[in-house]
Design a protein around this ligand. Structure first.
Ligand code: PLP
Length: 387
Protein backbone atom coordinates (compact mmCIF):
# COMPACT_ATOMS: atom_id res chain seq x y z
CA UNK A 1 0.00 0.00 0.00
CA UNK A 2 1.31 3.47 -0.86
CA UNK A 3 1.56 6.40 1.50
CA UNK A 4 -1.76 8.17 1.78
CA UNK A 5 -2.32 11.91 1.74
CA UNK A 6 1.25 13.09 1.25
CA UNK A 7 1.68 16.51 2.75
CA UNK A 8 3.71 19.25 1.13
CA UNK A 9 5.45 22.11 2.89
CA UNK A 10 3.22 24.58 1.11
CA UNK A 11 0.31 23.36 3.24
CA UNK A 12 1.95 24.87 6.31
CA UNK A 13 1.86 28.47 5.17
CA UNK A 14 -1.00 28.44 2.67
CA UNK A 15 -4.58 29.35 3.36
CA UNK A 16 -3.76 32.02 5.91
CA UNK A 17 -4.63 35.00 3.75
CA UNK A 18 -7.98 33.47 2.84
CA UNK A 19 -8.82 32.82 6.47
CA UNK A 20 -7.82 36.35 7.48
CA UNK A 21 -10.48 38.02 5.41
CA UNK A 22 -13.33 36.32 7.19
CA UNK A 23 -12.25 37.02 10.79
CA UNK A 24 -13.01 40.15 12.76
CA UNK A 25 -9.90 40.53 14.90
CA UNK A 26 -10.81 44.13 15.63
CA UNK A 27 -13.80 43.12 17.71
CA UNK A 28 -13.32 42.37 21.37
CA UNK A 29 -15.58 39.36 21.00
CA UNK A 30 -12.57 37.64 19.50
CA UNK A 31 -10.86 37.12 22.85
CA UNK A 32 -11.93 33.46 22.90
CA UNK A 33 -13.72 34.25 26.10
CA UNK A 34 -16.59 31.89 26.82
CA UNK A 35 -18.27 32.22 30.18
CA UNK A 36 -15.14 33.94 31.51
CA UNK A 37 -12.88 31.08 30.37
CA UNK A 38 -10.62 31.07 27.38
CA UNK A 39 -11.41 28.53 24.71
CA UNK A 40 -9.01 27.16 22.15
CA UNK A 41 -9.22 28.96 18.81
CA UNK A 42 -10.83 27.19 15.90
CA UNK A 43 -8.50 26.05 13.13
CA UNK A 44 -9.42 29.06 10.97
CA UNK A 45 -8.83 31.47 13.86
CA UNK A 46 -5.51 29.84 14.73
CA UNK A 47 -4.30 29.88 11.13
CA UNK A 48 -5.19 33.55 10.72
CA UNK A 49 -3.15 34.79 13.69
CA UNK A 50 0.34 36.18 13.23
CA UNK A 51 1.99 33.73 15.66
CA UNK A 52 4.88 35.57 17.32
CA UNK A 53 4.45 34.06 20.79
CA UNK A 54 6.35 30.76 20.96
CA UNK A 55 9.63 31.23 19.08
CA UNK A 56 8.57 28.81 16.39
CA UNK A 57 10.00 28.56 12.90
CA UNK A 58 7.14 29.90 10.72
CA UNK A 59 8.30 28.08 7.58
CA UNK A 60 7.96 24.51 8.82
CA UNK A 61 10.16 21.57 7.80
CA UNK A 62 12.07 21.71 4.50
CA UNK A 63 10.85 19.77 1.47
CA UNK A 64 13.60 17.19 2.07
CA UNK A 65 12.45 16.69 5.66
CA UNK A 66 8.81 16.43 4.56
CA UNK A 67 9.87 13.76 2.09
CA UNK A 68 11.75 11.84 4.80
CA UNK A 69 8.81 12.08 7.21
CA UNK A 70 6.45 10.81 4.52
CA UNK A 71 8.84 7.88 4.08
CA UNK A 72 8.70 7.22 7.82
CA UNK A 73 5.00 6.38 7.52
CA UNK A 74 6.14 3.11 5.98
CA UNK A 75 6.80 1.93 9.56
CA UNK A 76 3.71 3.46 11.15
CA UNK A 77 2.45 0.04 12.29
CA UNK A 78 5.81 -1.28 13.65
CA UNK A 79 7.97 -1.34 16.76
CA UNK A 80 11.73 -1.72 16.45
CA UNK A 81 11.76 -0.46 12.85
CA UNK A 82 14.71 1.03 10.90
CA UNK A 83 15.02 4.69 11.87
CA UNK A 84 17.64 5.99 9.43
CA UNK A 85 20.23 5.52 12.22
CA UNK A 86 19.28 8.79 13.81
CA UNK A 87 21.21 8.17 17.03
CA UNK A 88 24.41 7.34 15.15
CA UNK A 89 23.88 10.32 12.86
CA UNK A 90 23.53 12.68 15.84
CA UNK A 91 26.64 11.13 17.42
CA UNK A 92 28.61 11.60 14.17
CA UNK A 93 27.34 15.16 13.84
CA UNK A 94 28.86 16.04 17.23
CA UNK A 95 31.90 13.73 17.15
CA UNK A 96 30.65 11.62 20.08
CA UNK A 97 29.55 7.98 20.45
CA UNK A 98 25.90 6.83 20.30
CA UNK A 99 26.19 6.04 24.02
CA UNK A 100 26.52 9.82 24.55
CA UNK A 101 23.17 10.53 22.88
CA UNK A 102 19.66 10.37 24.34
CA UNK A 103 16.64 11.17 22.17
CA UNK A 104 13.64 12.98 23.59
CA UNK A 105 10.17 13.96 22.41
CA UNK A 106 11.44 17.52 22.01
CA UNK A 107 14.24 18.94 24.14
CA UNK A 108 11.47 19.65 26.64
CA UNK A 109 11.48 15.95 27.45
CA UNK A 110 15.25 16.06 27.92
CA UNK A 111 14.92 18.92 30.42
CA UNK A 112 12.31 16.95 32.29
CA UNK A 113 14.45 13.81 32.31
CA UNK A 114 17.36 15.79 33.76
CA UNK A 115 15.10 17.01 36.58
CA UNK A 116 13.68 13.55 37.23
CA UNK A 117 17.17 12.04 37.27
CA UNK A 118 19.25 14.55 39.20
CA UNK A 119 16.77 16.11 41.62
CA UNK A 120 15.84 12.86 43.35
CA UNK A 121 18.47 13.04 46.09
CA UNK A 122 19.95 16.49 45.71
CA UNK A 123 16.97 18.82 45.69
CA UNK A 124 18.18 22.13 44.26
CA UNK A 125 18.56 23.52 40.77
CA UNK A 126 20.49 26.77 40.24
CA UNK A 127 19.79 29.09 37.30
CA UNK A 128 18.69 32.60 36.38
CA UNK A 129 15.29 34.25 36.14
CA UNK A 130 13.80 34.93 33.70
CA UNK A 131 14.85 31.85 31.78
CA UNK A 132 13.08 28.83 30.29
CA UNK A 133 10.80 28.38 33.26
CA UNK A 134 9.68 24.83 32.64
CA UNK A 135 12.91 23.60 34.27
CA UNK A 136 11.91 25.29 37.52
CA UNK A 137 8.31 24.08 37.20
CA UNK A 138 9.50 20.48 36.79
CA UNK A 139 11.69 20.96 39.85
CA UNK A 140 8.70 21.90 41.98
CA UNK A 141 6.80 19.00 40.41
CA UNK A 142 9.36 16.59 41.84
CA UNK A 143 9.37 18.41 45.19
CA UNK A 144 12.69 20.10 44.59
CA UNK A 145 13.55 23.81 44.87
CA UNK A 146 15.13 26.34 42.57
CA UNK A 147 17.66 29.07 43.29
CA UNK A 148 16.69 31.65 40.69
CA UNK A 149 19.32 34.35 40.37
CA UNK A 150 18.60 37.83 38.98
CA UNK A 151 20.02 38.85 35.66
CA UNK A 152 22.63 41.62 35.62
CA UNK A 153 21.41 45.13 34.65
CA UNK A 154 22.49 44.47 31.05
CA UNK A 155 20.48 41.21 31.05
CA UNK A 156 23.53 38.91 31.10
CA UNK A 157 23.58 35.86 33.37
CA UNK A 158 25.44 36.49 36.61
CA UNK A 159 28.19 33.86 36.50
CA UNK A 160 29.91 34.81 39.80
CA UNK A 161 26.51 34.58 41.56
CA UNK A 162 25.88 31.19 39.92
CA UNK A 163 29.28 29.95 41.09
CA UNK A 164 28.70 31.26 44.63
CA UNK A 165 25.20 29.72 44.88
CA UNK A 166 26.45 26.38 43.59
CA UNK A 167 29.45 26.20 45.87
CA UNK A 168 27.53 27.39 48.92
CA UNK A 169 24.85 24.71 48.45
CA UNK A 170 27.13 22.11 46.88
CA UNK A 171 25.76 19.05 48.70
CA UNK A 172 22.16 19.92 47.74
CA UNK A 173 22.66 20.88 44.10
CA UNK A 174 21.10 18.40 41.67
CA UNK A 175 22.21 20.40 38.63
CA UNK A 176 22.94 23.88 37.33
CA UNK A 177 20.74 25.13 34.48
CA UNK A 178 22.03 27.49 31.84
CA UNK A 179 19.94 28.46 28.84
CA UNK A 180 22.41 29.70 26.23
CA UNK A 181 21.33 31.85 24.49
CA UNK A 182 18.78 32.65 27.15
CA UNK A 183 15.05 32.58 26.53
CA UNK A 184 13.37 35.15 26.87
CA UNK A 185 16.18 37.73 26.60
CA UNK A 186 18.07 36.31 23.58
CA UNK A 187 21.38 37.09 25.33
CA UNK A 188 24.33 34.66 25.19
CA UNK A 189 26.78 33.55 27.84
CA UNK A 190 30.17 33.88 26.12
CA UNK A 191 32.44 30.83 25.97
CA UNK A 192 34.89 32.33 28.46
CA UNK A 193 32.11 32.68 31.07
CA UNK A 194 30.90 29.11 30.52
CA UNK A 195 34.53 28.03 31.08
CA UNK A 196 34.72 30.28 34.15
CA UNK A 197 31.64 28.59 35.63
CA UNK A 198 32.88 25.08 34.94
CA UNK A 199 36.33 25.88 36.35
CA UNK A 200 34.89 27.21 39.59
CA UNK A 201 32.27 24.63 40.60
CA UNK A 202 32.85 21.04 41.78
CA UNK A 203 33.41 18.68 38.85
CA UNK A 204 30.64 16.29 39.90
CA UNK A 205 27.83 18.88 39.67
CA UNK A 206 25.93 18.28 36.41
CA UNK A 207 25.43 21.38 34.28
CA UNK A 208 22.49 21.39 31.87
CA UNK A 209 23.26 23.61 28.88
CA UNK A 210 20.04 24.34 26.97
CA UNK A 211 21.12 25.19 23.42
CA UNK A 212 17.64 25.35 21.83
CA UNK A 213 18.57 28.54 19.93
CA UNK A 214 22.17 27.60 19.12
CA UNK A 215 21.72 27.82 15.34
CA UNK A 216 20.72 31.49 15.35
CA UNK A 217 23.84 32.77 17.15
CA UNK A 218 26.36 34.81 15.16
CA UNK A 219 28.41 36.29 18.04
CA UNK A 220 31.97 34.89 17.80
CA UNK A 221 32.24 34.97 21.61
CA UNK A 222 29.68 32.15 21.79
CA UNK A 223 30.46 28.43 21.60
CA UNK A 224 28.48 25.25 22.10
CA UNK A 225 29.28 23.33 25.29
CA UNK A 226 29.63 20.01 23.42
CA UNK A 227 33.47 20.17 23.67
CA UNK A 228 33.09 20.08 27.46
CA UNK A 229 31.25 16.75 27.10
CA UNK A 230 34.12 15.47 24.95
CA UNK A 231 36.53 16.67 27.63
CA UNK A 232 34.70 14.49 30.16
CA UNK A 233 32.93 17.22 32.14
CA UNK A 234 29.52 16.45 33.68
CA UNK A 235 27.80 18.62 31.09
CA UNK A 236 24.49 17.79 29.40
CA UNK A 237 23.79 19.68 26.18
CA UNK A 238 20.13 19.82 25.15
CA UNK A 239 19.28 20.46 21.48
CA UNK A 240 16.01 20.60 19.58
CA UNK A 241 14.65 20.18 16.06
CA UNK A 242 11.77 22.52 16.96
CA UNK A 243 13.44 25.82 16.11
CA UNK A 244 15.91 25.87 13.22
CA UNK A 245 14.34 22.77 11.63
CA UNK A 246 10.71 23.83 12.06
CA UNK A 247 9.55 20.56 13.67
CA UNK A 248 8.03 21.82 16.96
CA UNK A 249 4.84 19.77 16.71
CA UNK A 250 6.69 16.67 15.48
CA UNK A 251 8.55 16.57 18.86
CA UNK A 252 12.21 15.70 18.59
CA UNK A 253 15.21 16.76 20.64
CA UNK A 254 18.24 15.15 22.21
CA UNK A 255 20.89 15.29 24.90
CA UNK A 256 24.64 14.97 24.42
CA UNK A 257 26.37 13.98 27.66
CA UNK A 258 29.03 11.67 29.13
CA UNK A 259 27.96 8.02 29.24
CA UNK A 260 27.66 7.94 33.03
CA UNK A 261 25.01 10.70 32.91
CA UNK A 262 23.16 9.29 29.89
CA UNK A 263 23.02 5.88 31.63
CA UNK A 264 21.30 7.49 34.62
CA UNK A 265 18.95 9.52 32.44
CA UNK A 266 17.89 6.85 29.93
CA UNK A 267 15.49 4.95 32.26
CA UNK A 268 13.62 8.21 32.93
CA UNK A 269 12.78 8.75 29.25
CA UNK A 270 9.68 7.43 27.56
CA UNK A 271 11.50 6.39 24.37
CA UNK A 272 8.23 7.33 22.68
CA UNK A 273 9.51 9.09 19.62
CA UNK A 274 7.63 8.43 16.42
CA UNK A 275 9.05 6.97 13.22
CA UNK A 276 7.98 10.20 11.51
CA UNK A 277 10.07 12.31 13.90
CA UNK A 278 13.10 10.04 13.61
CA UNK A 279 13.12 9.94 9.82
CA UNK A 280 12.52 13.69 9.62
CA UNK A 281 15.21 14.47 12.21
CA UNK A 282 17.82 12.29 10.52
CA UNK A 283 17.40 14.34 7.34
CA UNK A 284 17.03 17.72 9.10
CA UNK A 285 20.35 17.26 10.91
CA UNK A 286 22.33 17.50 7.67
CA UNK A 287 20.05 20.00 5.94
CA UNK A 288 22.52 22.84 6.42
CA UNK A 289 21.47 24.79 3.32
CA UNK A 290 17.92 25.01 4.66
CA UNK A 291 19.19 25.97 8.11
CA UNK A 292 21.25 28.79 6.57
CA UNK A 293 18.19 30.06 4.68
CA UNK A 294 16.03 30.10 7.82
CA UNK A 295 18.77 31.83 9.81
CA UNK A 296 19.37 34.45 7.14
CA UNK A 297 15.77 35.55 6.74
CA UNK A 298 15.16 35.40 10.48
CA UNK A 299 18.15 37.59 11.31
CA UNK A 300 17.30 40.02 8.52
CA UNK A 301 13.72 40.41 9.80
CA UNK A 302 14.93 40.75 13.40
CA UNK A 303 17.24 43.57 12.36
CA UNK A 304 14.56 45.32 10.31
CA UNK A 305 11.93 45.06 13.06
CA UNK A 306 14.18 46.15 15.93
CA UNK A 307 15.50 49.10 13.88
CA UNK A 308 11.94 50.19 13.19
CA UNK A 309 11.07 49.96 16.90
CA UNK A 310 14.19 51.95 17.73
CA UNK A 311 13.03 54.70 15.34
CA UNK A 312 9.67 54.69 17.12
CA UNK A 313 11.43 55.28 20.46
CA UNK A 314 11.67 51.76 21.91
CA UNK A 315 14.81 49.96 23.10
CA UNK A 316 15.28 46.29 22.17
CA UNK A 317 17.68 43.98 23.99
CA UNK A 318 20.28 42.89 21.41
CA UNK A 319 19.31 39.30 20.61
CA UNK A 320 21.18 36.28 19.23
CA UNK A 321 18.01 34.28 18.62
CA UNK A 322 14.81 34.10 16.57
CA UNK A 323 13.07 36.40 19.07
CA UNK A 324 13.82 39.64 20.88
CA UNK A 325 12.63 41.61 23.87
CA UNK A 326 11.52 45.23 23.64
CA UNK A 327 11.16 47.65 26.55
CA UNK A 328 7.67 49.14 26.62
CA UNK A 329 7.89 51.56 29.52
CA UNK A 330 4.54 50.23 30.71
CA UNK A 331 3.01 46.95 31.89
CA UNK A 332 3.11 44.21 29.29
CA UNK A 333 -0.17 42.37 30.05
CA UNK A 334 -2.60 44.88 28.46
CA UNK A 335 -0.24 45.23 25.50
CA UNK A 336 -0.36 41.46 24.89
CA UNK A 337 -4.17 41.66 24.90
CA UNK A 338 -4.16 44.65 22.54
CA UNK A 339 -2.04 42.67 20.07
CA UNK A 340 -4.35 39.68 20.29
CA UNK A 341 -7.34 41.89 19.49
CA UNK A 342 -5.47 42.84 16.32
CA UNK A 343 -4.77 39.25 15.33
CA UNK A 344 -1.16 39.11 16.55
CA UNK A 345 -0.01 36.66 19.24
CA UNK A 346 3.06 37.87 21.15
CA UNK A 347 5.01 36.43 24.09
CA UNK A 348 3.53 36.00 27.55
CA UNK A 349 4.75 38.07 30.55
CA UNK A 350 8.16 37.01 31.92
CA UNK A 351 8.40 38.10 35.55
CA UNK A 352 10.21 40.07 36.82
CA UNK A 353 10.62 41.75 33.39
CA UNK A 354 7.02 42.94 33.31
CA UNK A 355 7.67 46.01 31.18
CA UNK A 356 9.28 43.99 28.40
CA UNK A 357 7.54 42.18 25.55
CA UNK A 358 9.03 39.11 23.86
CA UNK A 359 8.42 38.96 20.13
CA UNK A 360 9.25 35.93 17.99
CA UNK A 361 10.38 36.48 14.42
CA UNK A 362 7.69 35.27 12.02
CA UNK A 363 7.32 35.61 8.25
CA UNK A 364 7.79 39.01 6.53
CA UNK A 365 4.01 39.36 6.35
CA UNK A 366 3.62 38.56 10.06
CA UNK A 367 6.27 41.15 10.98
CA UNK A 368 4.45 43.77 8.87
CA UNK A 369 1.25 42.97 10.72
CA UNK A 370 3.11 43.21 14.03
CA UNK A 371 4.49 46.67 13.20
CA UNK A 372 1.10 47.91 11.93
CA UNK A 373 -0.50 46.78 15.20
CA UNK A 374 2.37 48.30 17.16
CA UNK A 375 1.74 51.73 15.61
CA UNK A 376 -1.92 51.53 16.59
CA UNK A 377 -1.16 50.45 20.16
CA UNK A 378 1.62 53.03 20.69
CA UNK A 379 0.52 56.05 18.63
CA UNK A 380 2.50 58.37 20.88
CA UNK A 381 5.88 56.59 20.44
CA UNK A 382 8.07 55.04 23.08
CA UNK A 383 9.91 55.85 26.30
CA UNK A 384 12.92 57.11 24.32
CA UNK A 385 10.75 59.45 22.22
CA UNK A 386 9.13 61.03 25.28
CA UNK A 387 12.23 60.90 27.49
N1 PLP B 1 14.44 25.09 25.76
C1 PLP B 1 14.14 26.34 25.43
C2 PLP B 1 15.08 27.42 25.84
C3 PLP B 1 12.98 26.64 24.73
O1 PLP B 1 12.70 27.90 24.43
C4 PLP B 1 12.12 25.57 24.35
C5 PLP B 1 10.86 25.85 23.63
O2 PLP B 1 10.47 26.94 23.36
C6 PLP B 1 12.48 24.28 24.73
C7 PLP B 1 13.65 24.07 25.42
C8 PLP B 1 11.62 23.10 24.42
O3 PLP B 1 11.48 22.94 23.07
P1 PLP B 1 11.08 21.53 22.44
O4 PLP B 1 10.54 20.66 23.53
O5 PLP B 1 10.09 21.85 21.40
O6 PLP B 1 12.37 20.98 21.89
Amino acid sequence: MGIKGRVSRRGFVGGVAAALGSLGFGSKSFLWAQGGRRRRPTEAEYDAFAKLSSNENPYGPSDAVMEAMNYGFKYANRYGYPDDNIQQRIADHHGVEPENVLLGAGSGEILKIVGATFLRVRKLVVGVEPSYGSVYRHASGVKADSIKLSLLPDYRQDIPAMIAATNKNYRDIGFVYMCNPNNPTGVIVPKREVDQLLDAIPEDVPVLMDEAYHHFVTDPEYASAVPHVLAGRQVIVARTFSKISGMAAIRLGYAIAPKNLIDQMRPMGTGSISAIAKWGGATALGDTAEQAKVREITLELRKKTTMELDKLGFDCIPSQTNFFMVHLGRQVRPVIDAFRERGVLVGRPFPPMLEHLRVSIGTPDEMDRFLAAWKEIFPEGGPKASG
